[in-house]
Design a protein around this ligand. Sequence first.
Ligand code: URA
Length: 210
Amino acid sequence: MKNHLTLVDHPLVQHKLTIMRDKDTSTNSFRRLLREISQLLAYEITRELPMTTRQIETPMGPMDAPTIGTKKLALISILRAGNGLLDGVLELIPAARVGFVGLYRDEETLKPVQYYYKVPSELSSRLVIALDPMLATGNSSVAAIDLLKESGAKNIRFMCLLAAPEGVARMKEAHPDVPIVTAAVDEKLNEKGYIVPGLGDAGDRMFGTK
Ligand code: URA
């Protein structure tokens, strides 16, 4: 992808995002909308996948038909909120391998602490799409991408639903080679590292925890 930041301002995405932001939206609706938006973001993040052709026979005759040139794709869910994006994307790209990075945010320091890491083999030859709905301080996203690069990943893209300007700047500084695709860049972070106006805690809202 050419740009470091791609804002998906499609009306369907923006309309669904507004419903998700509303504090009165139920867990059930929040999860369904996140799944739907994840597929629209996936459409955008895969727009420039390398293509090739293969010979097929239509009922009318032979055709050199376009097909995606890379079979090597890895989706990496940054736990736990990344799972809210994972299912929808996996439905669109069912052959993708899947990995998980478990990081929680220390509420005092706002720094990420790793508790789980399991990713597919041969990351160096895969297009890796990291999934995390909220790019807030950027601390956990940067740490997750650090880990993926340590595992050999060279071609990484980052999908999120909402970003704060601070998180985008932090990612650009640490990982300028990792394009970000998001539905919105909000105003700012508050003193607790939450995105404002945002939508609250994405994990709590999608899983109904508090
Ligand atoms: N994580 C969330 O779930 N929400 C925020 O606003 C920031 C980080």
